[in-house]
Design a protein around this ligand. Structure first.
Ligand SMILES: [Zn+2]
Length: 274
């Protein structure tokens, strides 16, 4: 786990990257990361285009600023994730246009995976949390999902994704936006077709085998719930880079994840069994 200065550098890089990709506008979006004892956050009311390491602020476990600076209003959502996920070291919130379009639309075509790699990377659902007013209502709406998934659509708002470190959280956010873009393109062709039910179990098993995601050990239960049409929160998700995604990613720490090749191999192996 990185600490102090390297972590601050990664947060600043991620913040600027969100702006470069057009995933935030104005002062939108926020990034936090923690190293076990300290939590750093992007400052409020600042374009992500301008964020440098020195601009980051430090907050305690209750979101109170340690030292100087002003924290953003959505810090409570980040803390909600951290409180429930000791394995998580970074939370990113942004408004990427395609995913935010789906978050604001009447349907969610990315809720059920339509690409095998995405299911293995993200799990069996990308939920849309109904709009809630900022503050306690928004925190309460998010809380039940924190342990089940690693990325959510926030209704009429945007996306939140979390990961062990800034790189992984960013990859998860990127994958949600990538899937959203594909799904919206698919609308012109009658809509994307979810993966067949029979594929879900083996792919979730592949995901569990690759040890991806907090809920990997719940893969079978998840598959059963999903295939049973249960719309209640299902234990799922977590991620990794999408092996197929030929979208640019940054590697702030210079250490690329090698999960992609693992995932690809596991998918092939799992599918061969059937
Ligand atoms: Zn927002």
């Amino acid at each position: 786990m990185k600490s102090g200065q390297p972590l601050r550098r990664e947060i600043a890089e991620v913040a600027r990257y969100l702006h470069e990709r057009g995933w935030v506008a104005n002062h939108d979006g926020n990034v936090t990361a923690r190293d076990g004892t300290r939590t750093f956050a992007t400052p409020t009311a600042t374009s992500k285009r301008l964020i440098q390491e020195r601009d980051l602020i430090e907050v305690d476990g209750k979101g109170q600023v340690v030292g100087a600076g002003r924290v953003f209003g959505e810090i409570g959502l980040h803390l909600t994730v951290y409180e429930r996920r000791p394995d998580i070291g970074c939370v990113i919130h942004a408004h990427p246009p395609n995913a935010t379009a789906i978050a604001s639309a009447r349907k969610n075509p990315i809720e059920r995976p339509f690409i095998a790699e995405a299911l293995v990377s993200l799990g069996a659902r990308i939920p849309k949390i109904p709009y809630a007013q900022p503050g306690d209502a928004a925190k309460q709406a998010l809380a039940p999902w924190c342990e089940l998934v690693d990325a959510v659509l926030l209704g009429n708002h945007g996306v939140m994704a979390w990961g062990a470190d800034p790189e992984q959280a960013l990859l998860r956010l990127e994958l949600v936006e990538h899937l959203a873009k594909i799904a919206i393109a698919g609308e012109a062709l009658g809509g994307v077709e979810p993966l067949p039910d029979a594929a879900i179990g083996p792919l979730l098993a592949a995901r569990a085998k690759a040890n991806i995601g907090r809920a990997a050990d719940n893969a079978e239960k998840t598959a059963a719930k999903l295939l049973g049409g249960n719309t209640a929160p299902a234990p799922v998700v977590a991620c990794a880079p999408a092996p197929h995604a030929n979208v640019a990613t940054i590697s702030p720490g210079g250490k690329p994840h090698d999960l992609a090749s693992v995932v690809r191999e596991e998918i092939i192996r799992a599918l061969r069994k059937d």
